[in-house]
Design a protein around this ligand. Structure first.
Ligand code: ASP
Length: 447
């Protein structure tokens, strides 16, 4: 068996065994949520230690050297402008398509309208509890809660970091990408005196990629531990019940985006067999799925795109690191479905919550922005969702006057319980959106 195939088989085995082990040996339906967490914690810790932390260790150095080396490889600043423009257009177009797809599905499936009154009351009670138990999701927002401007001010600040070292220490990927672009440009324009520096950076890049290849061999055990911990904590039964239709809407949207829309875009613009590409990048898919973090997956994405994915170093180094925080198709789609679902649910008791076309447009814009603003870490999309709810609430006020009904933020608690599995799936779409972008941009920036 080839080494590549063996690794895939081992990772898949880790996934399946993780589900079985978590469900049958760890999960105890009679235990309280807290006791369940205690049981699952050692597995989560071991998974973090063996797989997530080694990947995290590489993120900032790898992003820095990858972007500097990519910008230097592009060489000509006007070419860089072309690549940058095409990349941002790709990010924005695919994100908007994802949100529209989510809105269409949630309007067709109507998961919120299908919940019975009895289930609705139970969901509200549990949701409030879950929200409070998590310390109020909105408190984790970096800007003012419910305020699009507040969150985006933070995002804008990342574009020009006042202290790049502090940004690096804080793990602020966007700021590091921006700083690296400036350094790369300056190295190119400096010419011959800067050549040795570029060579050092290229050498470091190759060395860091080597470390990623070592860490990938830890994936089977890492995937097993992380999946077992999550299934053991919540149990698979959480996946059915009144939220099943909502989950179906999200998962159907993610599947259509990943297996139909992005492949069509890749086939047309990237001129390659898209399913072959998805298959070639299976390790990226499995890593994203098990870590639920675009950031943690980033080293694997960069390495795999350049090797098995046949993307150029120039395209990968630019599109993938920037995309890991800016381009989140899965999160955008998810936010559109989740917020519409919550409004549908509450429209059962208050018709003011029926969303009109103009409110759906508000969702289109804010879900796109919220996805751009979400960090590539687990549950980030759940947090930035407060922005979308806040914006729709404001538009309800504009429509019905100052006394208009407002959807409270604690309603996010209703979907917290089933978020992890959706998070794992939307992270796959987020990450593959970047990889597919790199393959497309390879056409205008080949090595
Ligand atoms: N976990 C996702 C990611 O890292 C972000 C999200 O919560 O939607 O890409």
């Amino acid at each position: 068996m080839k080494k590549e195939t063996l690794l895939t088989v081992l990772i898949l085995a880790g996934l399946v065994l993780g589900v079985l082990f978590g469900q049958y040996l760890l999960f105890d339906p009679a235990a309280t949520a807290e006791a369940q967490q205690q049981i699952a914690r050692p597995y989560q810790t071991a998974g973090n230690f063996l797989f997530i932390r080694p990947l995290q260790m590489l993120i900032i150095p790898l992003v820095f050297v990858a972007v500097v080396s990519g910008v230097c490889a592009i060489g000509n600043p006007s070419k860089l402008g072309l690549v940058g423009g095409a990349t941002l257009t790709y990010y924005l177009a695919t994100t908007l398509i994802a949100v529209v797809l989510g809105l269409v599905l949630v309007n067709v499936i109507k998961p919120g309208a299908a919940v019975s009154q009895d289930d609705f009351s139970k969901l509200q009670m549990a949701g409030r509890g879950d929200f409070e138990a998590k310390g109020g999701v909105s408190e984790k927002l970096t800007g003012r809660p419910e305020d699009v401007g507040g969150s985006f001010l933070n995002l804008l600040e990342s574009f020009v970091p006042n202290n790049p070292l502090r940004s690096a220490v804080n793990g602020d990927i966007l700021a590091v990408v921006m700083f690296a672009i400036f350094i790369g440009l300056a190295l190119v324009l400096t010419g011959p005196p800067a050549k040795p520096v570029i060579e050092v950076i290229d050498g470091l890049f190759a060395a860091l990629i080597k470390i990623v290849m070592w860490i990938i061999w830890l994936a089977p055990i890492g995937v097993f531990l992380l999946v077992a911990a999550k299934v053991g904590e919540k149990g698979l039964a959480k996946l059915i019940g009144p939220l099943a239709l909502y989950m179906l809407a999200v998962l159907a949207g993610l599947a259509i985006h990943l297996f139909v829309i992005l492949p069509v875009i890749l086939a047309v613009l990237g001129r390659c067999n898209p399913y072959r590409f998805l298959w070639d990048l299976r390790k990226v898919i499995l890593t994203a799925f098990s870590t639920a973090s675009s950031n943690a997956t980033l080293p694997v994405t960069i390495e795999e795109c350049q090797t098995v994915g046949r993307c150029s170093r120039r395209a990968t180094s630019f599109v993938v690191p920037l995309g890991s925080t800016v381009n989140m198709n899965g999160t955008a789609l998810y936010e559109a479905v989740a917020v519409s679902f919550l409004f549908q649910l509450f429209a059962q008791t208050n018709p003011q919550f029926h969303l009109t076309l103009s409110q759906q447009l508000v969702i289109l814009v804010t879900a796109t922005l919220a996805a751009i603003g979400a960090a590539g870490i687990p549950a980030a999309g759940l947090v930035t969702m407060a922005i979308v709810i806040g914006a729709v609430n404001t538009s309800l006020k504009a429509l019905h006057g100052p006394d208009a009904a407002q959807l409270p933020l604690w309603t996010i608690g209703i979907i917290v319980g089933v978020d992890r599995v959706l998070d794992m799936c939307r992270t796959v779409v987020n990450v593959m959106g970047d990889a597919i972008g790199a393959r497309i941009i390879t056409r205008i920036a080949p090595d």
